[in-house]
Ligand binder design. Structure first.
Ligand code: NAD
Length: 310
């Protein structure tokens, strides 16, 4: 099959691109490299640097493509609170631009990487797809808007669509930006360097952490599954872990002795997140294979960022 992967030089995108390439498929990647790194891609992958709002470039890249994976996005919740206009431009405007190009090119299928963040804070502990979304950040709003653009334009144009609501993905290759680093690689690095683990809020908030290979399994399945009769599907581990429990695991695995600090004013305002993954099991044969302790060990072993305790 021929695939176009937007945001394919990013953390999840590169893992997906390499997997499909190694399975013998033809993979094209479009990425503006705002956070992505093309050196993470296998050399035989066709890489184009460009913006998701560049319609002529999209049109060219879409020729002969069977399925598009749309992962290009700005991805930081705190940054989106500072720059909602940029997030809307890339995540919503870019999705509309892509859907126009897909419609006109006659592409058969699009798989969107949406986010568990669209649920926000809910009364139910287990988050299932039929809950009313309650986004708590411009990032979450942008992902929910992207879902509806994909679904609506897809339905009008006869394009097959699947939106995967990915929960907190982690694994080798995840960047650690200085501002707003993701919790898992940041905790690993801080613990290895005997630095500081900062808990946002009281540290009792839970998240559903899902290993990158499990997310890629779900994406691959969504690109190939015959029957598409569920427009949105959760992808997580199906378990929840508090930030304190996560820190304890990381400290045990790294053997570090970091200082632990609480920042009660920080946090996303979302207390508990656990994905109901029954629909993914039913529709995509999805079974998460990597428990958190194993995933943390694999991340430390495989990610060059953590070699030599750095
Ligand atoms: P990432 O930042 O590593 O990947 C995003 C990629 O998009 C980067 O390579 C970046 O350079 C590219 N990009 C950004 N703006 C672009 C633009 N205007 N034009 C073209 N390319 C652009 O992040 P990731 O964690 O790999 O996330 C990939 C996708 O999965 C995103 O859509 C994100 O919303 C979604 N997602 C990720 C997670 C997670 O925990 N990592 C959870 C839920 C959803």
């Amino acid at each position: 099959m021929n695939y176009l992967i937007t945001g394919g030089a990013g953390f999840l995108g590169a893992a997906l691109s390499n997997r499909l390439n190694r399975q013998g498929h033809h993979v094209r990647v479009l990425d503006d490299l705002s956070t992505g790194d093309p050196s993470a891609l296998d050399p035989d992958i066709h890489f184009t640097r460009g913006d998701i709002n560049d319609r002529p470039k999209l049109w060219t890249l879409l020729q002969d493509i069977d399925c598009v994976y749309h992962l290009a996005a700005r991805v930081s919740v705190p940054e989106s609170i500072l720059f909602p206009r940029d997030y809307t431009h890339v995540n919503v405007g870019g999705t509309a631009t892509l859907m126009e190009a897909i419609r006109d090119a006659g592409t058969k299928r699009i798989v969107l990487a949406s986010s568990g963040a669209i649920y926000g804070d809910q009364k139910e502990a287990l988050l299932s797809e039929n809950l009313l979304p309650h986004p708590r950040s411009p990032y979450a709003v942008s992902k929910l808007s992207a879902e509806w653009l994909v679904r609506t334009i897809g339905e009008l144009a006869g394009v097959e669509t699947i939106c995967l609501r990915v929960f907190n993905a982690y694994g080798p290759g995840q960047r650690i930006p200085a501002a707003h680093p993701p919790v898992i690689p940041n905790f690993i690095r801080q613990s290895m360097q005997n630095g500081t683990l900062i808990y946002h809020g009281d540290g009792n908030q839970t998240r559903d952490y899902v290993y990158v290979d499990d997310v890629v399994n779900a994406l691959v399945s969504a690109g190939t599954v015959q029957e598409i009769d569920a427009p949105v599907i959760n992808i997580g581990s199906g378990t929840e872990t508090s930030v304190r429990e996560l820190a304890k695991l990381v400290i045990d695995i790294t053997g570090g002795d970091p200082e632990e600090v609480f920042n009660p004013r920080a946090g996303s305002g979302v207390s508990c997140m656990r994905a109901d993954i029954s629909l993914a099991k039913e529709k995509l044969d999805y079974v998460p294979l990597v428990p958190l302790d194993m995933g943390l060990r694999l991340t430390m072993e495989k990610d060059p960022q953590f070699k030599n305790g750095s």
